[in-house]
Design a protein around this ligand. Structure first.
Ligand code: CAA
Length: 384
């Protein structure tokens, strides 16, 4: 067993940290307040090779391991979770699935520019369209349909809560092609955003990750070319589940970063703020909070690394990724709440960042499978 990072991992950590401080920190409060999509920052992620980190170099990616991805996600999420969620969705939910299950035509046409994050010098990212108004946790209840019309599939339906909804150029859409077959009648399609019949709803006015653009997207008689079906007929639900297993490592790392960001700010504050004649860190009430934060964050980090290590070693990482996600996201919620408490009144105002981190933490317990869904996945495996 080896716990130390390699030289390459340390370099990636430094690059991600430098990027977060130099490019994400300036304006992060305003972007949150005004719900501004971090277009410039996501463009810089593309230049750093962070939008297709794990994609093989032959397909335009950086060819790095999943541990590197966890490290980079943690560093960026410490500062700006609205930027890191775009990175996570593009890496895990879009590029990974295309590389693993797409054919060469699909990889040439879509994976290459998506892994680079740019096409013709313009931002080129993807989105993952599984959730619907009546299919969130109950993901097999897909109402969006894709009817086989011979030359193309005709798609109709509405998707909800789509990260990168308006900024993405390419959507991976799950739809029902044969309702009688249940989950085996679901397929995944590559759909270009500018296809006729697609309408993007208003940007959701969210509690946290307010910079990221979350939209509903509706499809009315959208013609999807036959060659844009991913994998064999009926593979769509499995595709979604396998893709989400990796996505959950990304969101676990995002939660880890949000927690670490709040913790680092709390340690700095505890050394600077004085009450009753000493630094507040010298009061045991605060010291114990910091000790518990540090311990839970370390445990969350180890779970993220374990899931990433299993993925890199081609082992089944479904359960470890759910464990990492449920633990890291609950850690993030707890740590950020305690961080606000440590900061007292200052924690409740925007300038000190911890209230934003607390709002951002909440979504990590909800998206890419709620904490309850993660417990379903873990519980079923325990009882198997
Ligand atoms: N790998 C491969 N196949 C899998 C699988 C996996 N990990 N999990 C399930 N399947 C298969 C099952 O074996 C089953 O096939 P059989 O019928 O042949 O046995 C089929 O898929 C249906 O599975 P279940 O019977 O387990 O389905 P279920 O209805 O009980 O649901 C669930 C299981 C775990 C709750 C699943 O529905 C789920 O994960 N829900 C949450 C969905 C989710 O995470 N949504 C996030 C949206 S994306 C997002 O948030 C992105 C963003 O923008 C940031």
């Amino acid at each position: 067993m080896e716990f130390s990072l390699t030289e390459e991992h340390i370099m990636i950590q430094k690059a991600a940290r430098d990027f977060a401080i130099a490019s994400c920190l300036p304006g992060v409060i305003e972007r949150d307040e005004m719900q501004i999509f971090p277009k410039e920052q996501v463009g810089q992620l593309a230049d750093l090779g962070f939008l297709g980190m794990m994609v093989d170099e032959s397909w335009g990616g950086a060819g790095l391991d999943t541990i590197s991805y966890v490290i980079a996600m943690e560093e960026i999420s410490k500062v700006d979770a609205s930027t890191s969620v775009c990175m996570s969705v593009n890496n895990s939910l879009v590029c990974w699935g295309l590389e693993e299950y797409g054919n060469d035509f699909q990889k040439h046409k879509y994976l290459k520019p998506l892994a680079a994050g740019k096409k013709n010098n313009e931002l080129y990212i993807g989105a993952f369209l599984l959730s619907e108004p009546e299919a969130g946790s109950d993901a097999t209840s897909q109402h969006t349909t894709a009817e086989d019309n011979g030359d193309y599939f005709l798609m109709n339906g509405t998707k909800n809560w789509i990260t990168n909804g308006s900024s993405a150029s390419v959507y991976l859409v799950m739809a029902q092609t044969d309702a009688a077959k249940g989950s085996k009648g679901i397929n995944t399609f590559i759909v270009e955003k500018n296809t006729e019949g697609i309408t993007i709803g208003a940007k959701e006015n969210k509690m946290g990750i307010r910079g990221s653009d979350t939209h509903s997207i509706s499809f009315v008689d959208v013609k999807v070319p036959k060659e844009n079906l991913i994998g064999t007929d009926g593979f769509g639900f499995q595709f979604a589940m396998k893709t989400l297993a990796g996505g959950r490592i990304g969101i676990a790392s995002q939660a880890l970063g949000i927690a670490s960001g709040a913790y680092e700010r709390s340690v700095a504050y505890a050394k600077q703020r004085r009450t009753f004649g000493k630094e507040i860190g010298q009061h045991q009430a605060i010291q114990f909070k910091l000790a518990d934060m540090a311990t839970r964050i370390e445990a969350a980090r180890l779970l993220c690394f374990k899931a990433a290590w299993e993925k890199d070693h081609h082992l089944d990482y479904t359960v470890s990724s759910s464990m990492a996600k449920v633990f890291a996201s609950e850690t993030a919620m707890w740590v950020t709440t305690e961080a606000v408490q440590i900061h007292g009144g200052y924690g409740y105002v925007k300038e000190y960042h911890v209230e934003r981190l607390m709002r951002d933490a909440k979504i990590t317990q909800i998206y890419e499978g709620t904490s309850e869904v993660q417990r379903i996945v873990i519980g079923r495996s325990v009882l198997k």
